[in-house]
Design a protein around this ligand. Sequence first.
Ligand code: GRG
Length: 305
Amino acid sequence: METEREIEARRERIDAVIERYLPDAEEKPYFDKKLREAMRYSVSAGGKRLRPMLMEACFELFGGSGESVHPFMAAIEMIHTYSLVHDDLPAMDNDLYRRGKKTTHAVYGEAMGILAGDGLLNFAYETVAKAMAEQAADRDALNRMVQAFGVLSSFAGVRGMVGGQSVDVESESLPPSAMTEEKLNYIYEAKTGALIQASMMIGAILAGADEDAVSRMQEAGHCLGMAFQIRDDILDVTGTTEVLGKPVGSDEKNNKATSVTLRGVEQASSEVESLSQDAVRILDGLGRDDTFLRELFLYLTDREH
Ligand code: GRG
């Protein structure tokens, strides 16, 4: 209960941070007002804010303080939200509900859905670039931000989330029997795991953690990301639309190969358990006060939505 209260309090603070970096819908020129409204709708429609929360908690774990992590927290949520907006489009999953609300394209139309996603992706990098320019005088801080920027762009891109999504999309036109364990692991690590890994690594980098610590965060993020996605597969079978805020049973409807269709709910659940223990073990191995992060890991791998 204490953990849930802490998570909720952090989520509210993160919402306020993100709000500060979103484009203003009223700002002139007004001709593109609809686009800015659609971008704001997509981000403000809710969400657990897991990635910025992990980023901030990792920043704190390595002794980071102050606001240098804020633009990156906002940026990763913008990138995550763009991926959801595009994933919901008719050309991809064609979903009408997300986070308990109508999806962006269902409200603003397909073309504006595409543009809102494009807008969020670009605005994420613009946000970070602006923050970097403001740090130009402090070489150490700037170097950390440059490194974090590299992680953000590569893990969100072709070698990360976009790459994973492309293989996921391609696999959908093949029979589920064509899916291999190796390919499914790649899809999960890239599509879902990459942004989780990036969040944790960026928090550590901005706090000044050394290379070894950053690679341990990458490893812990891998375990957490895999556990998170497998839990998502399980919830698609065992969850409810009311609690999840999105349709359930969509994997079966789309005849999609997942960890559950390949290995069954029971085995998938024990994988979640062992991956989450691995993640906690890596974290504990750092010998730092990881109380909140540890609780967050366990909460996320045990989540109901
Ligand atoms: C379109 C480039 C592109 C990528 C899409 C993220 C993604 C890749 C697709 C979304 C579909 C999906 C089930 C992804 C798995 C990761 C996942 C469970 C995303 C939802 O993340 P949450 O639960 O969402 O953190 P909220 O709404 O809480 O932010």
